[in-house]
Design a protein around this ligand. Structure first.
Ligand SMILES: Cc1cc2nc3c(=O)[nH]c(=O)nc-3n(C[C@H](O)[C@H](O)[C@H](O)COP(=O)(O)OP(=O)(O)OC[C@H]3O[C@@H](n4cnc5c(N)ncnc54)[C@H](O)[C@@H]3O)c2cc1C
Length: 157
């Protein structure tokens, strides 16, 4: 993979808001990457309502069109979860219980990422020089967050 990994802006979250911002940036000749975990809020709805020209359109189709528009201006959209953003949410938690829950989301996503990167390595899609440091860093972060969860839980008892 020889993708240029340097961008003017990285947008975390490719729902309507993130894609709109990315599209505006792309139109302004900024290089932009959108990282999206693929769980838009309105996914369970049958169709978008009261959006001029798009009334009744399935939410997934709205996202697909949005992604295509971002890409038409050179933007890139990639699947992924930015755990740093999840950690930011944890720091703004409303209670200790909420803090623990949000840290567990970070832990879960890091674990999942580790598995997928290992799958990529095993299938030789990327050389181990690229995958091994990612796996090592993920494991280290998992240990950090496991310890934080343990400490937070202990302080609740
Ligand atoms: C059931 C339902 C029906 C709705 N119907 C309508 C309607 O008809 N008309 C209307 O105008 N509005 C509707 N809404 C409101 C509309 O869904 C929201 O206003 C809109 O989706 C908000 O867009 P957003 O981009 O801010 O967030 P979202 O659509 O929630 O998108 C956020 C994206 O960011 C991703 N993300 C979050 N954290 C991370 C991370 N750490 N790393 C990577 N990616 C991340 C998520 O997976 C998601 O894909 C509805 C909402 C619901 C729940």
């Amino acid at each position: 993979m020889s993708e240029d990994m340097t961008f003017d802006v990285v947008v975390v979250g490719g729902g309507v808001a993130g894609l709109s911002g990315a599209m505006a940036l792309g139109r302004s000749r900024r290089s932009v990457l959108v990282i999206d975990a693929g769980e838009p809020r309105n996914a369970p709805a049958a169709g978008v309502h009261a959006f001029l020209t798009r009334d009744g359109l399935p939410p997934a189709e709205l996202v697909r069109l949005g992604r295509a528009e971002v890409e038409s201006y050179g933007g890139r959209v990639r699947s992924g979860t930015a755990v740093a953003a999840n950690y930011g949410e944890a720091r703004g938690a409303e209670s200790r219980q909420d803090f623990i829950h949000k840290l567990r989301v970070v832990f879960k996503e890091l674990n999942e990422t580790t598995i997928w990167v290992e799958v990529i390595a095993l299938s030789s899609m990327l050389p181990t020089e690229i995958t091994a440091p990612i796996v090592a860093e993920n494991r280290e972060l998992c240990r950090v967050f496991a310890a934080s969860i343990k400490t937070a839980r202990a302080s609740m008892d």
